[in-house]
Write a protein that binds this ligand. Sequence first.
Ligand SMILES: Nc1ncnc2c1ncn2[C@@H]1O[C@H](COP(=O)(O)OP(=O)(O)O)[C@@H](O)[C@H]1O
Ligand SMILES: [Mg+2]
Length: 365
Amino acid sequence: MTTRPHVASLARPYNCRVEPTTTVGRLIDRQPGMTAAELVGHLTPPPQFAAASLENYVPDERYPSQRAAVEAMRLFASDTVAAPRGLFSRKPVTPVAKPGVYLDGGFGVGKTHLLAALWHRTRGRKYFGTFIEYTAIVGALGYREAVAHFRGASLIAIDEFELDDPGDTMVMSRLLGELVASGSRIAATSNTPPHALGEGRFAAQDFLREIHALADRFTTVRIDGEDYRKRDIEGHAAALDDDDFTAALAREQSAVTVDDFDAVLRHLATVHPSRYVGLISGLEAVGFRDVRVLDNQTDALRLVALVDRLYDAQVRIYATGVPLDQIFPEGMLSGGYRKKYLRAVSRMIALTSITRTTGDAGPVG
Ligand SMILES: Nc1ncnc2c1ncn2[C@@H]1O[C@H](COP(=O)(O)OP(=O)(O)O)[C@@H](O)[C@H]1O
Ligand SMILES: [Mg+2]
């Protein structure tokens, strides 16, 4: 196989055909337009949770809370008929009958797995998305239209509930209040970054405090344990030199994009975050050239949103320049968005490390 010609063509942003099976484009040329229905229609579990069930969740017997969590979810799911409860209902609320459940726990203990399992078990009109996706939809549709879309759904599953932006938390709290009143049931998970076990101890209390108007409608389920993947997420995101970068992209068999990192940041500013899912749809891998340390929070938060979508779709990342785990400067990491940045770091490490085990030539970098 002759790779050198590919090296030459990949080094140029234009004339992007590499070989018949590989389509190289640019992320910045993609302009996803999505209707409200498409945005909402995308609210389903990410592909890697398509088969998640309560049955294939394997509780770690060293942590009894894991088996208890499965049982709690089973109980919650068995209450399949959404019983619309009047706001002024005098009926005593039993723990089982509460319309909300909140899964609180560390990184990798299977919160998203259990949330997806619940979603799969639920009949009727149901939604599954991250907190960020829901807030993006409220931003795109407007609050009233968003309420109209979700009203009466049998289940609203919210992964990685975030409490670090008071405005977002308030909007979501209000939205959930209206949805619970419409008979919807809510399931949410906490957003715990890697390396923060112990740090997340009070997440459940924080959550209930922030949504205090709804607090008595939520059962909280604490899940202890270790990262199931036991994947080494310490270390660095692979940064490639120009030759390895080009070679790695040339080995990809399908749709990939190659862009300068700065151009991607500029492009993200022109696309609403709720449309990032369309931006990356169909891609197997993305290449970022000349990654650098970020210097403003707005770019950083947009990149976090992009990384979440890349992670959901398990799109491999190849990059040159600064390793992607080092792009958030200390000032950002110690600020209010620390959790988001740490999550993005762990996800970028994961997505750049997929590349090491792919391709005929074996490890890269
Ligand atoms: N107890 C378990 N049994 C089976 N699979 C698990 C278990 N816990 C986690 N997983 C799997 O490990 C991966 C990480 O779990 P995830 O649900 O994403 O964790 P969390 O959302 O708590 O960070 C997923 O692929 C999930 O299906
Ligand atoms: Mg999760």
